[in-house]
Design a protein around this ligand. Sequence first.
Ligand code: FES
Length: 155
Amino acid sequence: MKFSDENLSKLEELKKKYPTTKSLTLPVLWMAQRQFGWISPEAMEYVAELLDVPVKLIYGVVTFYTMFNTRPVGKYHLQVCTNISCGLLGGEEIRDHICQKLNLKLGETTGDERFTVTEVECMGSCGTAPMMAVNDDYHENLTLEKVDRFLQEAR
Ligand code: FES
């Protein structure tokens, strides 16, 4: 496990901007997830070694933020918000609908590795609730019809 040359160069640039390597934890973990797809235990050890910080610190950060995947995810990672605004406007119904359509339980990935569904806390898009993130894109003002359209197009 090793960062690409491009990511290693980015790391060197980041080191010039931050006072300590510990303060690079979030951007470097994000870099790791972009390159490896998820943050495996090996990736945590690698990042800890690169930043010269304890692995337990990296583990704590990775498991605190839902944006870090602690297991492999499908091509489309559907992160459905069910926090207060989304919940009041049908977020839980949307979550259940997606799970039913894909025949998945939360956290699972379809056999063709196309879809993973997770439930997340507020993603800061309350004004356009209910919403879900699909990878880096927000799908807002969701309805069951919009969800169905997305799933059909993404199949
Ligand atoms: S409650 Fe869903 S984005 Fe804020």
